[in-house]
Design a protein around this ligand. Structure first.
Ligand code: NAD
Length: 252
């Protein structure tokens, strides 16, 4: 059997698809042949246009992922569109920065809700549907270097992304035998809204750049291939990994 990265006929759900890494992942999945449900709380116009320009089809689903309200609706609206849901990319995420000594409960809860709690329950709703139909599928979680490292001034973010690495492994163990692959990508330092504060700080910017063997901030398009790979039949025997796409940062 030939190795296949083809996603033709598959339907993918990508959260936080309006910008940044979620947008780039949506376009890459569409280029590989998938129909893409774009989930988020803001306008998806840019991503809809980019998916269309790549020859793909998209459906936009408005959803605030800070609560569990939209979880079942995301699956049902997707299935009402194409009749299926094969791939879930849990990309939406937020970050709050403050010294640990001053960190507030509000900043703890906000990050944990979007980055971990909703990811779990959306994955559960997705897997319940697949298991109910006796079908396999793919879940790709967007983790972080903070799934491996401590970082500074981002306690709830590091806790959420380290937790997400553990959750990825647990779900892989429970669902691998059902044909559902659960894996994660750990992006390094990419040029998006999430890292704007770091890039605008000259000291942090040059310290980060100086440590990246590839010598540049990641561009969102540089993440798409890993997402297509983990969503494709080529990854059918891969379960529970956290794949760094980091310009060599962790190798340093
Ligand atoms: P971004 O801020 O540009 O994108 C975050 C996305 O999440 C946006 O689409 C935003 O609308 C969505 N989102 C946030 N809260 C939401 C909510 N309540 N409801 C619905 N959508 C919500 O940043 P990004 O860099 O593209 O981040 C994407 C993912 O990649 C995040 O999980 C982030 O933690 C992770 N990540 C980013 C980097 C990086 O260097 N940029 C590195 C490691 C991990």
């Amino acid at each position: 059997m030939a190795v296949s990265f083809d996603l033709t006929g598959k339907t993918a759900i990508v959260t936080g698809a309006n910008t940044g890494l979620g947008q780039a992942i949506s376009v890459a999945l569409a280029q590989a042949g998938a129909d893409v449900a774009l989930v988020g709380r803001s306008s998806m116009a840019d991503t809809e246009a980019a998916v269309g320009a790549a020859g793909g089809r998209s459906l936009s689903i408005q959803a605030d992922l800070s609560t569990l309200e939209p979880v079942d609706r995301i699956i049902s609206e997707t299935v009402a569109w194409t009749g299926r849901a094969d791939i879930l990319v849990n990309n939406a995420g937020i970050i709050r920065r403050a010294d640990a000594i001053d960190f507030t409960e509000a900043d703890w809860d906000a990050v944990m809700d979007v980055n971990l709690k909703t990811v779990f329950f959306l994955s559960q709703a997705f897997a319940r549907r697949l298991i109910g139909e006796g079908k396999g599928g793919k879940i790709v979680n967007i983790a972080s270097l903070l799934s491996f490292q401590g970082g500074i001034r981002i306690p709830s973010y590091t806790a959420s992304k380290s937790g997400l690495a553990g959750l990825t492994r647990l779900l892989a163990c429970e669902w691998a035998a059902k044909g559902i692959n659960v894996n994660a990508i750990a992006p390094g330092y990419f040029s998006t809204n999430n890292t704007e504060a770091l890039r605008n700080d000259p000291d942090r910017n040059s310290a980060i750049l100086g440590r990246i063997p590839a010598g540049h901030w990641g561009q969102p398009e540089e993440l798409g291939g890993a997402a297509v790979f983990l969503a494709s039949p080529a990854a059918d025997y891969i379960h529970g990994i956290v794949l760094p796409v980091d310009g060599g940062w962790l190798a340093r």
